[in-house]
Design a protein. Sequence first.
Lengths: 297, 243
Amino acid sequence: MPLIREVRTHIRRSPNQALAATLTMFLTFLVGGVFFLASLASVSILGFFEGKPQITVFFTPKAGQVEADSLKKKLEATGKVASTRFVSKDEALSIYRQQNQNDPLLLEMVTADILPASLEVSATDPKYLEQLAPVIQGSDGVDEVVYQRDVVHSLLAWTNAIRLVGGTLALLLALDSLLIIGTVIAMKVALKRDEIEILTLVGASPWTIRAPFIVEGGTYGAMGAALASLILVVVVLWMRPMLYAFLGMIPVLHALLVNATGPVFLLSAGGFFVGTILLGFVLGAVGSWTALIRYLN
Amino acid sequence: MIRFTSVSKFYPGKIPGVIDISVEIPDGEFVFLIGPSGSGKTTLLRLLTRDLIASNGSIIVDDWDLHKLTKGTVHLLRRKVGVVFQDFKLLLDRTVYENVAMVLEILGKPPKSIPEGVSNVLELVGLTDKKNVFPMQLSAGEMQRAGIARAIVGGPKILLADEPTGNLDPETAWGIIDILEEINKLGTTVIIASHNADIVNRMKKRTLTIEHGHIVRDEEKGHYHLTKHEKRDHKGGKHDAAH
């Protein structure tokens, strides 16, 4: 009997077991997918902040280019500064406008006067940041100093936590899926013991006998994964405006979320969908294979 | 050709199945394997399909040394050795056609050639009109003919039949033996393990008699020698019939 027909018959004859296996896989990939996407987003955010200047010095409303030049000279004199960049009030407004271009209400309320000028500073080595701090704090016109290191450390802690919790949960669910698929396949093997014996005696190769079970397990995995990834893509589409408002400043996420019908989003969603299905198939097939090793030898 | 050389098979606990069997069966021969229950007939057939592995000695089937066959290559031997079972071993959820076609699918025959191949063997065993029927709708004799069709559809060089007439009435049993003889005439080596003295005696074919795991007789046109136990049963049967 051709492979696909055989697998279809296997699944049709025990719908409850098929449903149990598929739902377990679905749950695994849903939880795994949520944490995967969260981890991906946090890594993007982390990368964004890591790429930012290490120190941003905000000046008081009355201070500007003169104070910035003075500070710049002091910092350059230490020999520990790699680069500096002055952002004027007008430039700050321009950046603000770009970031909030979709929200006219926010644009109306803000003028260049209320935005501070700033100086972005990168040290030649992060270890010099502590030595540069007193120089900056003691300068004229300095209002607030933001160290990206603190932001990055905080984000790193979140990213690691997401990876640890998500990874552990996904691993446990994957193990659970393997065991459930293995149990379902073992039951099928037991039910088809006579048929397997006959197939063996009439010259069926080991692969001919095993293939339908392996593909069956793979099918449960692929179906569960397809359902989970479909739901995740729909949820991301539904949350896209909110996510874009919150994370749109990060270039990678901006490119992804800016247009739901654009090539970046479609390719990413398609790749995620296909990749998840393939992973589901492999996971299901491995579950079947382990059961066959135990029950078909 | 089949060649057993000093073959013994011991089951766990050193229980003997067959002991020191040496016999040669040329291509195209028709052989009866007779002996009381538990004498080792089925063990010998199972050794030939490598369902069992000999404890000692060597078994050669054509170019295959069965001891050297790996798990991954046993199926190649089984494609050359068809087996007919006393209990038919048909898949009850598939029609006669599907039971037979399954073998051709396993052999990887082109799908278009399968209907013709199945039709040919069903015609040979006289089941053409029952091809779309499920095994449970067949008589015992028809089920056995379906079993034979399945065993020969792949064109095996050797056909083993383990008590093929064991569950059948005499007339149906002769029908099965006629089919097996027909298959033998087409060039297939046929080996039948049987308890049916009438059939063995009237066929006058080569007969190997096994007792307690040993081949005790190998006769060209052999006949069934009843054991003491079987003679007693036979007499008892006649006595009962007379009453």
